[in-house]
Design a binder for this molecule. Structure first.
Ligand SMILES: Nc1ncnc2c1ncn2[C@@H]1O[C@H](COP(=O)(O)OP(=O)(O)OP(=O)(O)O)[C@@H](O)[C@H]1O
Length: 378
């Protein structure tokens, strides 16, 4: 039976307590959910996954499977299925023997063992190769064997650590769809680790975005992309252009002002903004439209990307935060006929209802509908 996972204020330290990797992390993972830990290299994703698996000690806090605290339950008694990037299947056993392995350990009756093995080999589509040794399989096929072997034992939780990173680009995409379909079929709570944001967006029910051992935001892929909780999330997931600006309050009307004096009304700001407050504005490349008035820009580079043209533009003043003067916007080729050349001048109008606004330091969103991480970080 699949379980829900509760992580309550867990702390992980290395080097005899001298180095804190996870300073107190809480998150709830629902039964049957495909939950992804996403973040840059070294942010502690694998560390957290290994704590759930039982390969890492937990210094403080607790982890529960349903209502049971599992801190002191050894790894092999947690009923966990694991898939890693290096497959970890036995080279001297055939595909079928690899898949059966965990069931033999559990001393399942032969008929049941055969039935389960056959079924799962069909689900992950490796039954045509069941007599082969792993060396005669492609990377994707080997990864399917690893997946079958992890699922066949009917684990309470499936843990996957960058399972696709050894595969080539096309196979990664095929396999991520396969993993998603199989996970839905078997309905098992899955915690998936990746640093690849596109993979996370494509595969997950919900994503936790991590930085330096701290969860920055938890949400559905779309929510995290459209309403990032802070500047880190806005820049780590997809591309954002960041501008300096200020809030202008005029009676009931709220506006955001860019440095060149251009301003737009905005309706979804939180209530505690004040007149003259410095802010950071995040605009994705697709959140600009070319308009009669807007930010005055000059095209500095254009890249044809099939469905889109990606333009890089510069502004008169030092308006953008990160990239000096430059900023990106995209033009959807199915919608517009007008293309721009280098040095063309144009006005870019941000789509007020889509853009994001943060405090000046980028730490907090000032947009009303942004959902914060529901469990308080310590
Ligand atoms: N056994 C260990 N002893 C000391 N430090 C460790 C140990 N394992 C991991 N670390 C450190 O803990 C931090 C988090 O590592 P972790 O592997 O959890 O990151 P990650 O987010 O999974 O990164 P990646 O995507 O590169 O795998 C890193 O700075 C790493 O160097």
């Amino acid at each position: 039976m699949s379980v829900a996972i509760q992580v309550n204020k867990v702390v992980k330290k290395y080097d005899n307590g001298k180095m804190t990797i996870i300073p107190g992390l809480s998150v709830d993972i629902k039964n049957g959910e495909f939950f992804t830990l996403l973040g840059p290299s070294g942010c502690g994703k694998t560390t957290l996954l290994r704590m759930i698996a039982g390969f890492n000690s937990i210094e403080e806090g607790e982890i529960l499977f349903d209502d049971q605290v599992i801190n002191d339950i050894p790894a092999h008694k947690r009923n966990i299925g694991m898939v890693f990037q290096n497959y970890a299947i036995f080279p001297h056993l055939t595909v079928q023997q690899n898949v059966e392995y965990g069931l033999k350990l559990r001393k399942l009756p032969k008929a049941e063992l055969q039935k389960r093995t056959e079924t799962i080999m069909k689900v992950v589509q490796i039954d045509p190769y069941k007599e082969r040794l792993p060396e005669k399989l492609s990377g994707g096929q080997q990864q399917r064997v690893a997946l079958a072997r992890a699922i066949v034992i009917r684990p309470s939780v499936l843990l996957m650590d960058e399972p696709l990173s050894n595969l080539d680009a096309k196979l990664r995409i095929d396999m991520r769809t396969a993993i998603r379909d199989i996970q839905r079929d078997v309905g098992i709570t899955t915690v998936y680790v990746t640093h690849d944001q596109e993979e996370a967006l494509a595969i997950s029910d919900r994503i936790a975005v991590m930085k330096e051992g701290v969860i920055q935001q938890v949400g559905k892929p779309r929510e995290i992309y459209t309403r990032p909780a802070n500047k880190f999330v806005a820049s780590f997931i997809g591309h954002s252009n960041f501008f300096k600006g200020t809030i202008k309050l005029n009676g009931n009307e709220k506006r955001i002002m860019f440095k060149d004096g251009y301003s737009i009304p905005i309706h979804n700001l939180v209530d505690d903004v004040t007149d003259g407050m410095n802010i950071m504005i995040a605009i994705r490349p697709e959140q600009f439209s070319v308009a009669p008035s807007g930010l005055e820009a000059i095209i500095s580079k254009s890249t044809f990307l099939g469905q889109y043209i990606n333009y890089q533009v510069t502004f008169r003043d030092n308006m953008t935060v990160d990239a000096g003067l430059s900023c990106e916007f995209v033009q959807d080729l199915s919608q517009m006929g007008n293309f721009y050349e280098l040095k063309d001048r144009l006005h870019l109008a941000p789509k007020s209802e889509q853009i994001n606004v943060f405090t000046e330091d980028g730490e907090r969103s000032l947009i009303k509908e942004v959902r914060k991480h529901e469990k308080v970080q310590v």
